[in-house]
Write a protein that binds this ligand. Structure first.
Ligand code: MAN
Ligand code: CA
Ligand code: CA
Length: 490
């Protein structure tokens, strides 16, 4: 019985998890580029950040924004140019707070507030804000040993931040994390969904983008319906570099709360159209300004960027010619090798003929030799023809390239194309001849290589053996005679 209960409980748990997962995963998340920035082309050429305004000691660069540098008493902030009215949203910010000393100051803040707060005492931004601030406080002002700390502080405009006690009594949620001098960028994810604000932090210990740990959750948090996103940082008598590498904002929509397929309204379309036209005008104006500032730089005409059909065709012809040339080179090499081989065989044959004429009967080597000479002639002819074809093809290729380079003079190009065609037909004809010669040339079968002649015949061998035996017997008799003579003396 308890086993059945356990099973039911387990099944319920699984179903519930799947349901939760389904709901969470089907939240519609849209990247909002007007409330975001990231490298590698973070800034305009003049140093501004598209859709953002920066204040104070901020130093923007192409791949990051230094919100406050490691100098004493710096304050910097940046705010979105447009306000946002997302009911639910999420911000992912990658940052790095680093300094030479064991202790740094003062920290970095992420904001969503009704108004922008360009300058002030709260991590470089204005106090008495209406909205929420998520603070990364590095310096332990109240000396209670709990910094660096992450805290969430809400404000309706009436609260004055208590910098001296690190907002300890004002925070709605917090977590102690060491986010200074990390090996990898630290990432913070702030999610505001159905009036719950959650803060998660990836402490930058590894290069894993999504290793977030929950830090704080604040329920029933009422934020302004319309507000600006911002980042700020400050230093005091101690200082760190406060760098933001990316700030990505997403709007979130509950599943089924809106229809994605819904067409945009007429007023929205008009607004987008206006904005587009404005950008077009701005672009044109910038182009003109650039021309004025750089009169010597000529802007290439648009059609100079693209190839014409003719250029493309010639490019292809040229490539084809290169390929043919390569093939012919290959063929020539092989024929040369074959020719060398034939020559070697012919030398062997000549040598053996000479030897045979001195010793034994001739077995018709003149016939084989004349065959071989024929083959050699054909080979030679083939190599020559191929050489000619190769030079012809390279001529075509270079002409095609020449036309390709100067394809503007069309009448000239026209005549050169005809020339190429003629050359190609010559090559074709020669190729056919070559093939005919190779297939039906006279006596195309090479004569077999004669086996090397044996150096002595059987008759000679027998005579040699008999002579040797006689000589050996004569020597033995001579020796025994000498021995018996010498014995007589003793
Ligand atoms: C000084 C003051 C403080 C600041 C610390 C650390 O004490 O400027 O406000 O927090 O330095 O920079
Ligand atoms: Ca502090
Ligand atoms: Ca503290």
């Amino acid at each position: 019985m308890p086993c059945t209960l356990l099973l039911v409980h387990f099944l319920f748990f699984i179903t519930f998890s799947v349901y939760v997962q389904h709901v969470v995963s089907s939240i519609h998340r849209r990247f909002e580029y007007k409330y975001s920035f990231k490298g590698p082309h973070l800034t305009y050429q003049q140093g501004g950040i598209p859709f953002w305004s920066h204040y104070g000691d901020v130093i923007p660069s192409t791949d990051q924004v230094r919100v406050a540098p490691s100098l004493r008493s710096q304050r910097g902030s940046l705010w979105t140019s447009y306000n946002a009215s997302f009911e639910n949203w999420e911000v992912e910010m990658a940052f790095s707070i680093s300094g030479m000393l064991r202790i740094g100051a003062d920290g970095l803040a992420i904001w969503f507030t009704k108004e922008r707060g360009p300058n002030g005492p709260v991590y470089g931004a204005a106090d008495n804000w209406d909205g929420v601030g998520i603070f990364f406080d590095t310096y332990d002002n109240d000396d209670n040993g709990n910094n660096p700390i992450v805290l969430v502080v809400g404000n309706n405009g009436r609260l004055t931040y208590n910098h001296l006690n690190d907002g300890a009594t004002q925070s709605l949620g917090s977590c102690i994390r060491d986010f200074r001098n990390r090996h990898y960028p630290v990432r913070a994810r702030i999610t505001y969904y159905k009036k719950t604000l959650s803060v998660a932090v990836n402490p930058g210990l590894a290069d894993t983008e999504y290793a977030y740990e929950s830090c704080a959750v604040v329920n029933d948090m009422i934020l302004p319906k319309v507000g600006y996103f911002g980042v700020s940082a400050a230093t005091g008598s101690l200082a760190d570099d406060h760098d933001v590498l990316s700030f990505l904002t997403f709007s979130l929509r509950e599943p089924g709360a809106e229809s994605d397929k819904k067409q945009i309204s007429d007023s929205e379309r008009d607004a987008f159209q206006k904005e587009y036209e404005q950008f077009q005008k701005e672009l044109e104006k910038r182009k003109e300004d650039y021309q004025k500032d750089h009169p010597t730089v000529s802007t290439p005409k648009e059609d100079e960027f693209y190839e014409t059909d003719r250029q493309r065709e010639l490019e292809m012809v040229s490539k084809g010619q290169d390929q043919i040339q390569q093939e012919l080179n290959h063929l020539t090499e092989r024929l040369k090798m074959m020719w060398g081989e034939q020559k070697r065989h012919s030398d062997i044959l000549n040598r053996s003929n000479k030897e045979e004429s001195q010793t034994t009967v001739k077995e018709g080597p003149t016939m084989a030799k004349s065959n071989l000479d024929n083959v050699l002639k054909i080979q030679k002819h083939l190599v020559q023809t191929l050489e000619e074809m190769r030079s012809s093809v390279s001529e075509i290729a270079s002409k095609a390239k020449l036309i390709h380079q100067s394809s503007s003079g069309s009448s000239n190009a026209e005549s050169k194309v005809t020339e190429i065609k003629e050359h190609v037909s010559i090559v074709k004809r020669e190729m056919n001849n070559l093939l005919k010669n190779t297939v039906s040339g006279p006596n195309t079968r090479c004569p077999g290589i004669p086996s090397s002649p044996s150096c002595i015949s059987t008759g000679h061998f027998l005579v040699f053996v008999i002579l040797q035996t006689v000589f050996a017997m004569y020597y033995l008799i001579y020796r025994s005679k000498k021995e018996s003579e010498s014995k007589k003396f003793f």
